[in-house]
Design a protein around this ligand. Sequence first.
Ligand code: PMP
Length: 396
Amino acid sequence: MISDRVLNMEESATLAMAAKARELKEQGNNVISLSLGEPDFKTPAHICEGAKAAIDEGKYFAYPPVNGYKDFRDAIAKKLREENNIKEATGEHIVVSNGAKQSIANMMMAIVNPGDEVIIFAPYWVSYSTLVSLPGGTPVFVSAGIDKDFKVTADQVEKAVTKKTKAILFSSPCNPTGAVFNQSELEAIADVAKKHDLLVISDEIYEHINYEGKHFSIASIPGMFERTVTVNGFAKGFAMTGWRVGYICAPLNIAKAANKIQGQITSANCSIAQRAGLVAIESDLTPTFDMVKAYQKRRDLVYKLLSDLPGFKVNMPTGAFYFFPDVCHYFGTSDGETQIKDASDLCLYILAKAHVSLVEGGSFGEPNCIRLSYAASESDLREAVSRIKVVLEKLH
Ligand code: PMP
């Protein structure tokens, strides 16, 4: 009954872990969930007010244009020109979707033919590999471990290019590692893309959550606009995960292809969510920067706490809100009852015994690591790590 496509598809590991944590919670356990990339802040009030006003205006009941309202697309393009230095961006290059996840899915369907290869920087965001495979593409992983601060180099990319390579896909700031590529690293990657006539799909959804300085967009490099799809969205920087607003800025032929696919599959993004996005993009970013300050404080706290855990190898993330420690020290240990073979066993053990949910790294392309999201309160973060410490001490 069920298609091979779905039978062969991986389930989202982050959502699966979140579901297990929810189950334990429903049984009355005090579970601390650090498994989802979900800001624990509320959407800023002025954005909610903007959405309410749009409902009250009574004008936004009808189908919006498939690629999004023109004023919204124009505002996004203006932001990209002014904040991201992507000078060529206009509203025609923008397609608004139901979250950045749909933007990437549209993109893969728009560009990938069966047999095409897409180079993915590993560790990578869970859905990339599946979204490349769905239209028949082959994900080609290029990895950098914790000792390299999880940053793939242009040389590595160059070595992975074949005649079948169509595109390069990565996020910066990166989920799950928190790595941020700087201008010169991106310039080197851009040179490889130009040399081999490749498309770059640059997922910049964490652009605001950057502790190192100003975000740099690869599409702003001369000659890159025509070969870059910039993916972004409102979920992380504006605490709007549930509103489901994402977008691409792409060369016109690719924007049109994404529009065509979206027109057949979902049509436009929700009208009211788009009005909320417009308010977010046109308003002062102070609430966003306040959230970033809070994340940075938590990052510093969690770095200290995790560095104190025996057997955890931790690096300092420079963006996003995740830690991705190497925990292979615990593989092959046991508490007398439970055997820990791998990161998945360790996460299940920590969930069962400490009631803290984390995600195993294999689904992000690095089986020695686990991902911890610090988009949680400081008190929950302290409590979570102290519970983890207690149960780790039982493993020998
Ligand atoms: N890209 C990355 C790197 C992400 O972490 C996420 C969400 N976790 C997305 C895309 C999807 O974002 P959205 O919620 O807008 O679909």
